[in-house]
Design a binder for this molecule. Structure first.
Ligand code: UDP
Length: 234
């Protein structure tokens, strides 16, 4: 087994086959509220890896540069080595989650334009909201890098919205992460799965994402299986 370099809440990062690669391993853990709620769901890692690989392939085909090299097996992928920008990059199409709590608005309001939002990826400080000036001042990214990240993220939003709409799912919001290679190339990294997106059924508004775990309103594995089934039926 390769050397474990980093362990996060839902994934592990291992040394790769060469100095320009990592291997990412998906675990069965689910956390919410910055780790306040934690559980294990047998098969979750396999589902998220499978779902995320299909989405990353779709994005690559549409011209988005990602860290993806290949899927090794159910739980492991080979990726290009990047240094992750410590920013949670979020897009909101419909109000939900922390946006509603922060601004006192109802869930489910369709926004006129997508909201692009970043927060500082830092558990100790509770992932605080961060604007461009803050990120530049803290030297987390340059203005040019942030402009590229925003432009790419809004393209990804359009691609994901269309992808999920074909599955009769509305893309409410999502979180992505970007990283930089040793050569300075910015790549979409991390994962895109029901852990990191809010997805509502177009007809019923039923939730098909991690909110079933956050809010104890459904079976996480059955929910994620249903998302994958819609992707495979397509
Ligand atoms: N999100 C995520 N990881 C985080 C925080 C948020 O993947 O650490 C995703 C979340 O699943 C949702 C979107 O980002 O799809 C917006 O989340 P929000 O800011 O509303 O925070 P939450 O309500 O999840 O605390």
């Amino acid at each position: 087994m390769e050397k474990l370099l980093y362990e996060g809440k839902a994934k592990q990062v291992y040394e790769g086959q060469n100095e320009n690669e990592y291997i990412i391993h998906y675990k069965d853990d689910a956390t919410a509220g910055n780790g306040a709620k934690h559980d294990q769901f047998e098969g979750k890692g396999v589902l998220n890896n499978t779902i995320s690989c299909i989405i990353f392939d779709m994005l690559e085909e549409a011209g988005i540069k990602t860290h993806m090299i290949e899927k090794i097996n159910d739980r492991d992928i080979r990726v290009k080595k990047v240094e992750i920008f410590p920013l949670e990059v979020i897009v909101r199409n419909i109000t939900a989650g922390s946006f509603c709590k922060r601004y006192g608005v109802k869930e489910g309001i369709v926004l006129d334009e997508p909201i692009f939002e970043t927060s500082y990826k830092n558990d100790e400080y509770g992932d605080p909201l961060m604007n461009e000036d803050h990120a530049v001042a803290l030297k987390l990214a340059t203005r040019e890098e942030l402009a590229y990240i925003k432009e790419t993220t809004l393209k990804i939003n359009e691609l994901l919205k269309a992808f999920f709409l074909k599955l009769n799912l509305k893309l409410v919001d999502f979180k992505i992460e970007f990283g930089k290679t040793a050569d300075g190339e910015i790549l979409l990294a991390d994962e895109i799965s029901p852990d990191s997106c809010r997805l509502w059924d177009v007809d019923t508004n039923q939730k098909y994402d991690k909110d079933v775990f956050r809010q104890d309103i459904g079976d996480l594995i059955e929910t994620y299986k249903a998302v994958l089934a819609r992707m495979q039926d397509k």
